[in-house]
Design a protein around this ligand. Structure first.
Ligand code: HPA
Ligand code: ZN
Length: 332
């Protein structure tokens, strides 16, 4: 099964690029930029990753990314991830980035996006991995800042396939960003947002995302299972869910494997992703292996999860079909 998973053509749809910043690269960028980190070793740094819910994770996440300063830093970050992805036979990735986590500390938007973009182009040419960028707004900042970020992104619209919403969900419902999402849609961006697992008002937040905002996808979202009407809506609209089992295991009480099983049985387009693999240890391959182990999934079921993912990608039909054909070829 391990070999089957390794060889299966895979797709990553929920991956925060800043969450791929491994301790080794953090040290290297710290040295490069003259920033002293309060740890002597990689082990010491990892030992300080002490979180058990979303807010405590986010604190470590934002602290860690302060070493990212220049265009080459963002290039190196994305290139390191894409090399790892290629080594796991990830064929295509949609990658979140958090511009406000950088502009809020004085790093210009264009530095961030130019570094990421250059890595995506090099990875496609050199590694054969395709990727697109999704720009996330930080929901614990004001909606006006999100709108300003959206406007700042417009000159780079061709480099960004869609927008997302992340950071601390508590007290920051989708409705707060209704105007931002409306403008993003008008500008041609596709729409997703985090509906993090087991949040206060999870059900109402998911309802707002689906009914009021009209998202094209939901990040996480397993809590739809608590409301049959939401399941019906998600099925009727054919919305995909980007689940992240290992991440769930760190910030909630479990990997939510049974929920993922139920979603599969209901015919929801559920997918398996890695979220922040430098912090929740496990890239896509490890996440797929974890869910296989928990649910004893068959080869056909594992292939179906990857089919779901390629099907809900924000790629043109002919590219979706090409990746789906790779799965068919692998199975036969
Ligand atoms: N949820 C919300 N915000 C985040 C996450 C997440 O899983 N990862 C990075 N920022
Ligand atoms: Zn996430």
């Amino acid at each position: 099964m391990k070999d089957f998973i390794a060889g299966l053509p895979k797709c990553e749809l929920h991956l925060h690029i800043e969450g791929t910043l491994e301790p080794e690269l953090k040290f290297e960028l710290g040295r490069r930029n003259g920033i002293d980190l309060p740890y002597a070793t990689v082990e010491e740094m990892r030992a300080a990753y002490d979180f058990d819910d979303l807010p405590s994770f986010l604190k470590v996440y934002y602290e860690g990314m302060q070493v990212l300063r220049t265009e080459p830093d963002f290039y190196d970050l994305a290139m390191a991830y894409l090399r790892k992805a290629a080594s796991q036979n990830v064929r295509y990735a949609e990658i979140f980035f958090d511009p406000q986590a950088h502009t809020s500390r004085g790093v210009p938007f264009d530095v961030v996006i130019r570094g990421l973009r250059r890595a995506l182009l090099d990875a496609q040419a050199q590694l054969g991995v395709r990727a697109q960028l999704i720009m996330c707004f930080l929901r614990d900042f004001q909606a006006e800042y999100a709108m300003a970020t959206l406007l700042e992104s417009l000159p780079y619209k061709e480099w960004i396939v869609g927008v997302g919403l992340d950071s601390d969900e508590k007290g920051n419902p989708p409705a707060k960003f209704a105007a931002v999402y409306e403008r993003a849609r008008q500008e041609g961006y596709l729409l997703t947002m985090h509906c993090d697992v087991d949040q206060e008002n999870s059900i109402e937040h998911i309802r707002q995302a689906v009914e009021d905002i009209g998202v094209d996808r939901i990040d996480h979202g397993v809590n739809i299972l608590e409301d049959p009407r939401l399941v019906e809506l998600v099925l009727a609209k054919g919305l995909g869910l980007t689940c992240c089992p290992i991440s769930n295991g760190y910030v909630t009480d479990s990997m939510k494997a049974e929920g993922i099983r139920k979603l599969m049985d209901l015919g929801v387009r559920v997918t398996i992703n890695s979220d922040d693999p430098a912090y929740f240890p496990g890239y896509v391959q490890e996440n797929v292996a974890a869910i296989q182990d928990a649910l004893q999934l068959t080869e056909q079921e594992l292939a179906q999860l990857q089919r779901n993912a390629f099907e809900i990608t924000w790629l043109p039909r002919h590219l979706k079909d090409a990746y789906l054909a790779e799965i068919d070829a692998y199975l036969s």
